[in-house]
Design a protein around this ligand. Structure first.
Ligand SMILES: NC(=O)c1ccc[n+]([C@@H]2O[C@H](COP(=O)([O-])OP(=O)(O)OC[C@H]3O[C@@H](n4cnc5c(N)ncnc54)[C@H](OP(=O)(O)O)[C@@H]3O)[C@@H](O)[C@H]2O)c1
Length: 349
């Protein structure tokens, strides 16, 4: 029997897809997927198309949902810019704000955040990063969104949970922050043009220490955090394993895609991918792939950033493990299984 009703805000996105997927594994969830466009993946979730930048549209479509028990928020306005406070706060106000007023059955709101909470987009910062670390000098849209949720919860019966993953390794096309998509598309273009698969960032970035978050593990964590009593009004980091350096894993990517090994050779993916749409279309035709554009594999600004960071980005996972979510996932396995998922969906050969 269905007991709980979840609204997944941003359901077409990277985190949204795996939230829906995780809830679908259970049989006691009624799932409402919210985004402007319909998710491309198969799902039993009911889709409500809403433009959350339009408060009237949001109120009309979400204001009557009086039976919602859980809200999972992972919408995103724009791309990596943490400074985009106004745009991202608007999406929270017009989803969580509206749903919290609409439903007196609300139990928990799960707000998706990320490593940028600790300043990993700015440069070297305190690592390993702990949930209790102080905020950096704003602006940062995670702070504004969190403050809105904490204020909205004051005096209410529902609770919230704040979830901080690192770069999410999963398979969604047509979204900006897609680390596996960027690496796969870049590797396949190198292979097609018969050039070596150079690491396109500086040597310090090749050797910097990073963590990643497997999208399936994150989906299961989001289910746990939404339902575990211990998680009420708590923040948690969530990554897969102890982390790695790109220098550890690049040879494995080289083997997977069967491309000529390269060196460390910094250059901008934004500028070098700008003229590669025709190359991508040749690849799509050659292997009879699903019709995609190169931009469906992510925002090259994100690619330059994630492969160009010369500092460590380490989220400490001890808090979530001690609280009871003990699952781990090897980062290399996470990338390889994601590439396999992309293959199975005919996104890559
Ligand atoms: N991806 C990562 O590696 C990663 C890592 C750590 C943290 N995070 C954080 O997690 C959060 C979600 O990231 P994500 O990568 O999952 O985002 P995403 O893939 O870009 O998905 C964003 C979702 O928001 C929806 N959306 C955007 N504008 C909307 C609007 N005006 N009205 C309704 N829906 C709208 C999009 O669907 P439509 O376009 O169809 O509306 C999509 O479903 C962000 O805070 C991000 O910083 C992401």
């Amino acid at each position: 029997m269905v007991e709980k009703t979840a609204v997944v805000v941003g359901a077409r996105g990277m985190i949204g897809r795996y939230t829906v997927n995780s809830l679908e594994q259970q049989n006691d969830w009624n799932i409402i997927a919210v985004s402007r466009k319909k998710p491309e993946y198969a799902t039993r979730a009911e889709h409500i198309s809403v433009d959350l930048e339009d408060p009237v549209d949001a109120e009309r479509k979400l204001g009557g949902l009086s039976h919602v028990t859980h809200v999972f928020y992972s919408a995103l306005n724009g791309s990596i810019a943490a400074e985009n406070v106004a745009g991202n706060l608007e999406l929270v106000r017009n989803s969580i704000g509206v749903l919290a007023k609409a439903s007196n059955k609300l139990e928990r709101v799960v707000l998706g955040q990320g490593g940028k909470y600790y300043g990993c987009h700015l440069g070297p910062h305190r690592t390993p990063s702990l949930e209790t670390d102080p905020r950096h000098l704003p602006p940062n849209f995670y702070y504004a969104q969190q403050d809105f949720v904490v204020e909205a919860q004051r005096g209410q019966n529902w609770t919230y949970a704040l979830v901080r993953p690192e770069a999410v390794v999963g398979n969604v096309s047509g979204i900006p922050l897609n680390v596996a998509g960027q690496i796969a598309a870049y590797a396949l273009i190198c292979k097609h043009l018969e050039v070596p698969f150079h690491y396109p960032g500086p040597d310090a970035a090749f050797k910097a220490y990073n963590k990643f978050t497997d999208a399936h593990l994150l989906g299961r964590f989001l289910h746990w955090v939404a339902t575990a009593p211990v998680a009420a009004n708590q923040a948690y980091n969530v990554t897969g394993d102890s982390g790695l350096r790109f220098s550890n894993i690049w040879p494995s990517f080289t083997r997977y895609f069967g491309v000529r090994p390269g060196e460390v050779m910094p250059f901008s993916l934004v500028s070098h991918m700008a003229d590669k749409e025709d190359v991508w279309q040749d690849i799509v035709r050659k292997y009879d792939l699903r019709k995609t554009k190169l931009s469906d594999f992510g925002d090259w600004v994100f690619g330059d950033w994630i492969l160009g960071r010369t500092w460590d980005t380490i989220l400490e996972d001890t808090k979530r493990i001690k609280a009871g979510f003990t699952e781990v996932m090897d980062s290399e396995e996470s990338f390889i299984s994601t590439f396999n998922e992309m293959r199975a969906e005919r996104l890559i050969p």
